[in-house]
Design a protein around this ligand. Sequence first.
Ligand code: B12
Ligand code: SF4
Ligand code: SF4
Length: 312
Amino acid sequence: METLTQRIKSHALELGFAKIGIARADALTDEAKHLREWLGRGYQGTMEWMERNFEKRTDPCNIVPNAKSVLCVAMNYYTDTQHPVDPSVGRISRYAWGDDYHIIVTNRLNELFEYVKEIAPNVNGKLYVDTGPIIDKAWAARAGIGWQGKHTNVITKEYGSWVFLGEIILDAELEYDEPIADFCGSCTACLDACPTGAIIEPYVLDSTKCISYLTIEHRGEIDDKLKPHFENWVYGCDICQDVCPWNKFQQMTNEETFQPRELNIAPKLSELVEITQEEFTERFRKSPIKRTKREGLARNAKAVLAGQEATA
Ligand code: B12
Ligand code: SF4
Ligand code: SF4
């Protein structure tokens, strides 16, 4: 007879999640200390929302009363396409080539939650995929999905770091997984490759220097000093993950919706600078790229071109 935990885990795999692990819903004490220090150093930049809800962010019992378990999932998004090398085109991070994972992973996690409620009707909980006051990576690490690499992303042994994370906080006791070891060893490839020096020390990222932050989250002008280091990235950046030796274990995703949209792989920089609102809305429907808005994408393309001019 399968236990509740075994049934949930089997169903998660049937739904297409690559990995599932379960952590005790204890308060995040060490992580809270690191988060407080990180915020104190201003590494969140203008993401002020990260300073809010500290109590929820670091203790799931402040989200779900009597929380007992955090059920963590990872969904593989790797596709067999490479980033372009033509200097006249922009690079878009791999995670944003297809449909928005917020929609895809949330819908799938909802299906899993429905299943849990069906087989354990008294269970209460809440699910998150990126958007809530919860630290996805910390929970994935605690649940043994993978470890946080020196670039700070969670790396799985089977799929590398090309996985999206999500979780359901539940008020039911389940069988728990153990965290796995940190397999970065003496490697420093990500720190050495980051063009802006954003990984200021192992496991510590200064968002204000990170191209991903600058091209997606940051509003307003981009510092002229950073523009020559953009290496054609106009939405996010994959450099620290591309150089990671664990990403040679990448596997193709089965998710159709994550397959690259033709126009997202190598958009002409000159086209992005001039893209109209109508074109932007049409082209990036259901895409994560919507987040940066038309103005943001055009600004990023201009920043790359300005950087190229400055170093010509
Ligand atoms: C804010 C945010 C960002 C910010 C800050 C990134 C960051 N390092 O946290 C920016 C905009 C830069 C960003 C970029 C990216 N992001 Co983002 N982001 C988030 C978000 C919303 C919150 C993360 C958070 O709470 N950070 C707080 C800081 C303090 O955490 P941290 O850097 O991981 O630090 C921890 C440890 O390193 C440790 N620590 C700190 N100091 C020290 C010191 C020592 C000695 C030790 C041992 C440990 C340690 O403690 C900290 C707390 O746990 C999450 C979704 C979520 N709600 O959780 C997605 C999330 C982390 N992002 C994600 C992705 C995919 C990306 C990008 C890859 C996208 C891209 N291709 O451009 C890049 C990666 C850049 C990078 N190298 O990290 C995924 C990561 C998936 C994975 N496999 O890990 C997430 C989980 C979204 C999701 N649900 O899938 N992101
Ligand atoms: S995403 Fe790019 S800029 Fe940010 S830490 Fe990684 S390599 Fe550096
Ligand atoms: S590149 Fe090396 S140090 Fe960086 S996360 Fe991967 S294994 Fe760890």
